[in-house]
Design a protein around this ligand. Structure first.
Ligand code: NAD
Length: 488
C-alpha cells in the first residue's frame, strides 16, 4: 500500500503521460491513508486529449482493417493478464475490496471485455437487402458500419476496471478513439491501462485518460467538449441528468447505465438454501455497492419469518475487514459515501423500520477505525412509500417485506422510479416466466443473481438508464451505420 506514496498518477494524452498544476489525494478506504496523489486534468489537458483522439481517428487506427484491430484488442487482454498482480494491487488499494473479488471478477472481466468484443466485431453479421424496382429492375442496399468518432467514457468507482473496459473495448473494436474519465475515487487501474496501451504499442491518441472530478472539472469539461461525438456513462441517475443537459447542446448521442432500487422476490416454493445464499450475495456483494444489488426483498408470507431469521444469521457471519485478512466484505468507498448510507440508517428508524441486524459503524480498535467500514444491515416493517424503499442507498442493506399474492408482489417490485434488475426465486418455471416477463427492468434473474452472458443486452429502464450495451448492442451504439443503395 505504501509503495505508491509520493507517486503522482498522471493523465495520458496523445501517447504521453502529462501532469497539470493541480493534484488531489487518492485515499484508501480501509484506513483513510493516502494511496497516492492524482494529477487533475484542467481544461487545456482535456482539450488536448480530445484533439489527439480526433487526429488518431483519421490516421493509422481509422484505416486499420478489423482483423488488425482485433489483434491489438487481444494483445491488450494478454498484457492485462501479464500484469495481473499490478492490477489487483491497484484495484484493492483504491477500493479496499476483498482480494477474492478483485482476482475473480474485476480484473479477469477487465481483460475478458477486450477478448469478447474482438470476437464479436469479427462475427458481426453483414446487412444486405435486395428489392425489385418500379422500372422492372432491382436494387441492393447494404450497410457499412463506420466509427461514431471520439467517445467520452465517464465511469464510476464500484467496479472500476470492469465497467470502464466494458465501454472502452467495444468503442475501440468499432474503430473509435476514446477519452476516459475514471472516478476520482478509483484512478489507478485506468492509469495502468494507459501503461498497457503504451507497452502493446497502441498508436497515440486512441486511448486518452483525464483524471479529475465531475462538476467544474475534467468530467464536465469532457462531456461538454464540442468535438466529442458521443458520451457513454455509468453512474448515478442525477449525474446522468447533468451529463444529458450538457450533451444536449450538440445533440450528442448518450448511453447511460444508471442507478437501481432492485427487488428480489422469494416464493414459498423456492429452494430455500439457494434463495438465502443468492440473497446474501445480491445484498452484500462489494459492500452492497453493485448497481444490481437487491435493496428490496419480498418474501412470500409462509416462509417470511424463517427467511428473515436465516438472512440475519448469514449477515452476522460476514467477516468484515482488510483485503489481506481474507475478509468477505471490505469498506464502503469513502467516509463521504458512508455518511450518506448512515443518513439512511437513521432515516429508516424514523420511518418506522425494525432493525433486524447491523445499523452501525463497526469498531476495531485499529487503523480500520479510520476507514469507511459499515455493518451489513437488515430492516423489516417499512411502509412501501418510505424513502428508504424508494431511494437508492448503495450500501450493504436491504428491507424485507412479506407478500401474499403474485399480483401484489409484481406491483411492489415495479412501484419504483428505477428499473435495472430483479431476482426471482421459485421452483415453478411457468410462474418464474410469468412473473419475470412482468418485471419493468433491463435484466431479471431466475434462481440466480449477477450471472452475465456478455452477448446479451444490458441496461435499465426509467431512471436506470438509456439504451442497451452488451454484445451487438454495444457495437451498434459505437457505430454509425451508412446505407449504400445500388441500382442495377
Ligand atoms: P457518480 O455519478 O457520482 O460518478 C460517476 C462518474 O461521473 C465519476 O467519474 C464522476 O467524476 C463523474 N461525474 C460526476 N458528475 C459529473 C458531471 N456533472 N459531468 C461529468 N462527469 C461527472 O456515480 P458513482 O458514485 O461513481 O457510482 C455509483 C452509482 O453508479 C450508483 O448510482 C450505481 O447504481 C451506479 N452504477 C450503475 C451501473 C449500471 O450498470 N447501471 C453500474 C455501476 C454503477
Amino acid at each position: 500500500m505504501t509503495k505508491n506514496l509520493g507517486k503522482v498518477l498522471r493523465n495520458y494524452v496523445d501517447g504521453e503521460f502529462v501532469i497539470s498544476n493541480h493534484s488531489f489525494n487518492n485515499i484508501n478506504p480501509v484506513n483513510g491513508q493516502m494511496v497516492c496523489r492524482v494529477s487533475e486534468a484542467d481544461k487545456d489537458i482535456v482539450d488536448r486529449a480530445v484533439k489527439s483522439a480526433r487526429k488518431a481517428l483519421h490516421g493509422e487506427w481509422g484505416n486499420m482493417d478489423v482483423s488488425e484491430r482485433c489483434k491489438i484488442l487481444n494483445a491488450l487482454a494478454d498484457e492485462i493478464e501479464r500484469r495481473f498482480d499490478d492490477f489487483v494491487a491497484a484495484e484493492v488499494a483504491d477500493t479496499g475490496k476483498s482480494y477474492s473479488q478483485v482476482k475473480n471478477i474485476d480484473i479477469p472481466r477487465g481483460a475478458a471485455n477486450f477478448r469478447v468484443f474482438a470476437d464479436l466485431i469479427k462475427t458481426r453479421p453483414p446487412q444486405s437487402f435486395e428489392m425489385d424496382t418500379a422500372d422492372g429492375k432491382s436494387a441492393t442496399s447494404y450497410v457499412v458500419n463506420k466509427p461514431i468518432g471520439v467517445v467520452a467514457v465517464v465511469s464510476p468507482w464500484n467496479l472500476p476496471l470492469l465497467l470502464m473496459t466494458w465501454k472502452v473495448a467495444p468503442a475501440l473494436a468499432s474503430g473509435n478513439t476514446v477519452v476516459v474519465k475514471p472516478s476520482e475515487e478509483t484512478p489507478s487501474t485506468a492509469t495502468l491501462l494507459a501503461e498497457v496501451m503504451q507497452n502493446v504499442g497502441v498508436p497515440k491518441g486512441i486511448y486518452n485518460l483525464v483524471h479529475g472530478f465531475g462538476p467544474n472539472s475534467a468530467g464536465e469539461f469532457l462531456v461538454g467538449h464540442e468535438d466529442v461525438d458521443c458520451v457513454t456513462f455509468t453512474g448515478e441517475s442525477k449525474t446522468g441528468t447533468a451529463i444529458m443537459q450538457s450533451a444536449a447542446r450538440d445533440l450528442k448521442p448518450v448511453s447511460f447505465e444508471l442507478g437501481g432500487k432492485n427487488a428480489a422476490i422469494i416464493f414459498a416454493d423456492a429452494d430455500f438454501d439457494a434463495a438465502i445464499a443468492g440473497t446474501v450475495r445480491s445484498v452484500f456483494t462489494n459492500c452492497g455497492q453493485v448497481c444490481l444489488c437487491s435493496e428490496r426483498v419480498y418474501v412470500e408470507r409462509p416462509i417470511f419469518d424463517k427467511f428473515v431469521a436465516a438472512l440475519k444469521e448469514r449477515a452476522e457471519e460476514i467477516k468484515i475487514g482488510r483485503p489481506q485478512d481474507g475478509s468477505d466484505m471490505g469498506p464502503l468507498i469513502s467516509t463521504k459515501h458512508r455518511k450518506k448510507v448512515l443518513s439512511y440508517f437513521s432515516l429508516a428508524l424514523e420511518e418506522g423500520a425494525s432493525l433486524i441486524t447491523g445499523g452501525k459503524v463497526p469498531e476495531f480498535g485499529d487503523e480500520r477505525d479510520n476507514g469507511s467500514f459499515i455493518e451489513p444491515t437488515i430492516w423489516t416493517g417499512l411502509p412501501e412509500d418510505a424513502r428508504c424503499i424508494k431511494e437508492e442507498i448503495f450500501g450493504p442493506v436491504c428491507h424485507i417485506a412479506p407478500f401474499d399474492r403474485e399480483e401484489e408482489v409484481v406491483g411492489y417490485a415495479n412501484d419504483t422510479n428505477y428499473g435495472l434488475a430483479a431476482a426471482i426465486w421459485t421452483k415453478d418455471s411457468s410462474k418464474a416466466d410469468r412473473v419475470g416477463r412482468q418485471m419493468e427492468v433491463g435484466i431479471c434473474w431466475i434462481n440466480d443473481w449477477f450471472l452475465r452472458d456478455l452477448r446479451t443486452p444490458f441496461g435499465g429502464v426509467k431512471l436506470s438508464g438509456i439504451g442497451r450495451e452488451g454484445g451487438m448492442h454495444s457495437l451498434d451504439f459505437y457505430s454509425e451505420p451508412l446505407t449504400i443503395c445500388v441500382k442495377h
